[in-house]
Ligand binder design. Structure first.
Ligand code: F6R
Length: 368
C-alpha cells in the first residue's frame, strides 16, 4: 500500500500534485466562477461577516497564517489567526458576525474542537477545513470545505498541508466573489493559476537532486534556521517544524525582518540558514531579503536560498540555490514548502529515523 515507496511520508510528498488537483476539482465552472456548494452558510450571512478568525494547531496553524495574507488581500475583511489551544482561554471577542475558520487534517484535534464549541456558544458561524469525512470537527461545525488529500498516514503532515492551503485560497476567493471585492475575471485568473500548480509541483518533484545533496551535507548540523517574509514566513515556520519533528534537530523559523531584532545573534560559522525569497519585482521585499542574506552570509552562515526561476539576484550570496517555479506571490507557499519537506524527510531517514512515526508524536491529538 506504500505504492513502491519505502515510507508513507515519501509517497505522500509525491502524491501532492494529485492531492492539490483533487482539492480543486469541481470547485469552479468553466468561466472561473467558484462554486462551493457545500458551504451551508448563506451568501447574506457571508456578506455580513465583519471579522474572520482562523483557528488551528501545528502545521494547520501555519496554513492559517498563509490564509490571513490571502483572505485580507482579496476580501479586505480583518482576519486573525490563532492557536486553538490559546483561543478560548483569553476571552476572545467573537459574535454572530464573526466567521471562525478552523483547519484540521484529522478533524479530531481536541484543542481545535474545544475552540469550535466556545465560538459556537458565542453564536459565531464556524466553517471547518478538514480532510476526514464525517470526523468530529466537521460534524460540530456549520459548514465544511473538505480537502481531498486522501488518507494521510505519515504522522508529519505534507499533502494535508498543501490541500489546506488550496482550501484557504478557495475560501478567500469565494468570499471575494460573494462580497464583490474582486471582479470575476480577477478571480478566474487566480483559479487558472491554481490549476497550474499540480504540474508545477510535478516538475519540482522530478528534480530533487540538489535537495538530496543538501540532506547529505547537513546531516550532522546541530541546528538549522529558516527565514521568510510575507507568505514566506509561514513557510519558514513549517520548514522548521518538519525538521524538528522528523530529524529531532533544533530548527527555528523567523520572519526575515525580525532578524536584526534578536535572532541574528544566533548566526555563527557554518550554521545552515534556508531563506525563502519573495518573488522578484513585485515589491520591495525582495531587495530587503537580499540584504538579510548578505548580513547572515557575512557572519559565516551557509545560505540556502529558495528563489523563483530567473531570479539571479541572490546568486552571489547563496551557497546553494534551489529554484522554485514562477507562481503568483500569494500562492508561493504551495511550491516553496515542497523542497523543505523533502529536505526534512531525507535528512531524517539518513539519520535512521522512522519518518512515518516520529518519536513522541501521534497522528490525532485527541487530548487538550
Ligand atoms: C505536523 C503535524 C501537526 C498537526 C497538528 C494539527 O506535521 O502534523 O502539527 O498539523 O497536530 O492536526 P490536525 O490538522 O489534524 O488538526
Amino acid at each position: 500500500e506504500k505504492g513502491g515507496f519505502d515510507w508513507f511520508m515519501r509517497k505522500e510528498i509525491y502524491e501532492q500534485p494529485k492531492a492539490v488537483a483533487d482539492t480543486l476539482l469541481g470547485r469552479h465552472d468553466a468561466s472561473g466562477a467558484l462554486r462551493l456548494d457545500e458551504i451551508r452558510i448563506s451568501q447574506a450571512e457571508l456578506r455580513a461577516v465583519d471579522k474572520i478568525i482562523v483557528i488551528a494547531c501545528g502545521t494547520s496553524f501555519y496554513a492559517g497564517l498563509v490564509a490571513k495574507y490571502a483572505i485580507e488581500h482579496w476580501t479586505r475583511v480583518p482576519c486573525e489567526v490563532e492557536l486553538a489551544s490559546e483561543f478560548r482561554y483569553r476571552d476572545p471577542i467573537v459574535g454572530p458576525t464573526t466567521l471562525v475558520v478552523t483547519i484540521s487534517q484529522s478533524g479530531e484535534t481536541a484543542d481545535t474542537l474545544m475552540a469550535i464549541r466556545h465560538a459556537r456558544e458565542q453564536k459565531a458561524k464556524v466553517l471547518a477545513i478538514c480532510n476526514t469525512n464525517g470526523s468530529t470537527i466537521p460534524r460540530e461545525s456549520d459548514a465544511v470545505i473538505y480537502t481531498h488529500a486522501g488518507p494521510e498516514i505519515g504522522v508529519a503532515s505534507t499533502k494535508g498541508f498543501l490541500t489546506q492551503l488550496v482550501a484557504c485560497y478557495l475560501l478567500g476567493l469565494y468570499l471575494a466573489q460573494v462580497r464583490g471585492t474582486k471582479f470575476g475575471d480577477e478571480i478566474a485568473v487566480l483559479i487558472e493559476e491554481l490549476d497550474k500548480i499540480p504540474a508545477a509541483i510535478e516538475g519540482q518533484l522530478g528534480d530533487m537532486a540538489g535537495v538530496l545533496q543538501l540532506a547529505a551535507d547537513f546531516a550532522e548540523a546541530p541546528s538549522v534556521l529558516f527565514l521568510g517574509r510575507h507568505v514566506g514566513y509561514p513557510v519558514a515556520l513549517e520548514g522548521a517544524l518538519k525538521l524538528k519533528e522528523l530529524a529531532y534537530i533544533h530548527a527555528e523559523g523567523f520572519a526575515a525582518g525580525e532578524l536584526k531584532h534578536g535572532p541574528i545573534a544566533l548566526i555563527e560559522n557554518e550554521l545552515p540558514v534556508f531563506v525563502v525569497m519573495p518573488p522578484q519585482g513585485r515589491d520591495m521585499l525582495h531587495d530587503k531579503v537580499i540584504s538579510n542574506i548578505q548580513e547572515i552570509r557575512a557572519r559565516g552562515a551557509r545560505t540556502i536560498v529558495l528563489a523563483e526561476e530567473g531570479d539571479a539576484d541572490a546568486g552571489p550570496y547563496a551557497d546553494v540555490m534551489i529554484t522554485l517555479p514562477k507562481v503568483p506571490t500569494l500562492l508561493q507557499p504551495l511550491v516553496a514548502i515542497v523542497p523543505l519537506q523533502i529536505f526534512a524527510c531525507e535528512l531524517a531517514t539518513r539519520k535512521g529515523h522512522d519518518v512515518d512515526q516520529p518519536r513522541n508524536l501521534a497522528k490525532s491529538v485527541t487530548v487538550e
